[in-house]
Design a protein around this ligand. Structure first.
Ligand code: CA
Length: 226
């Protein structure tokens, strides 16, 4: 899951960014309206967290821009303004939910989870399945053949990305973009390192391998050819 965070208050932004990253989300951050447009033009996001008062523009206008540019995911607005007019403006512009500052991080997380769930394909979309592997995105439990598997936050995010793309190869760059964030040095072998750690838990103890290497490209979640 990749989130765009648009917030110019540095302290708040870094606190939110850190918290979201700890929960396994890949987060890109924009401090201005201009940066937000640039990032959203170049990347696909699963959720946008958006401050209303930006130094060079208004979050409501950015929400309008997103909807006008085919962004179909949820938008959560952050604002110090709690007047009804502002809420109505934001919701009219295509925001899905509002959170007034100051807020507790737990409340932000609860709203993020609720929005992602609401935007999921079906009520079942909180559970991903591939063969005998099951991952519950809400309880964050993973099992294979009914055996619980304990994953770190990053391993979980990696598995989630592979599961969501099961049956098609994903490149190392795509993996980095969705599981880490854009600031990562794409020349590093971090993806291979994490795939190996994940394989030790999800493949090695079992008879068949489900994470396949696509030589010169990346990885694919696919049942082994028998
Ligand atoms: Ca602001």
């Amino acid at each position: 899951m990749r989130i765009l965070l648009v917030e110019d208050e540095k302290k708040l932004a870094s606190f939110v960014l850190k918290g979201l990253a700890e929960h396994g989300y890949a987060v890109d951050m924009a401090e201005t309206y201009k940066e937000a447009i640039e990032l959203a033009s170049d990347n696909d996001y699963d959720l946008v967290v958006l401050d209303v008062m930006l130094p060079d523009g208004n979050g409501v206008d950015f929400a309008n821009w997103l909807r006008g540019n085919d962004y179909k995911g949820p938008i959560l607005m952050l604002t110090a303004l709690t007047s009804t007019t502002d809420k109505v403006k934001g919701l009219d512009a295509g925001a899905d939910d509002y959170l007034a500052k100051p807020f507790a991080f737990e409340e932000l997380m609860a709203r993020v989870r609720a929005l992602l769930r609401r935007y999921g394909d079906s009520p079942e979309s909180s559970v991903l399945k591939f063969g005998d592997v099951e991952m519950n995105l809400i309880s964050r439990k993973v099992s294979r053949s009914g055996q619980d598997i304990s994953l770190t936050t990053r391993e979980f995010a990696l598995l989630e990305y592979l599961m969501r793309n099961a049956g098609r190869p994903v490149s190392r760059t795509q993996i980095i973009e969705h599981v880490w964030d854009m600031s990562f040095d794409s020349g590093s072998n971090v993806v291979d390192v994490y795939v190996n750690m994940l394989r030790k838990k999800i493949d090695k103890p079992f008879d068949s391998k489900i994470i396949q290497t696509v030589v010169g490209f990346g990885y694919e979640m696919r049942a082994e050819a028998s």
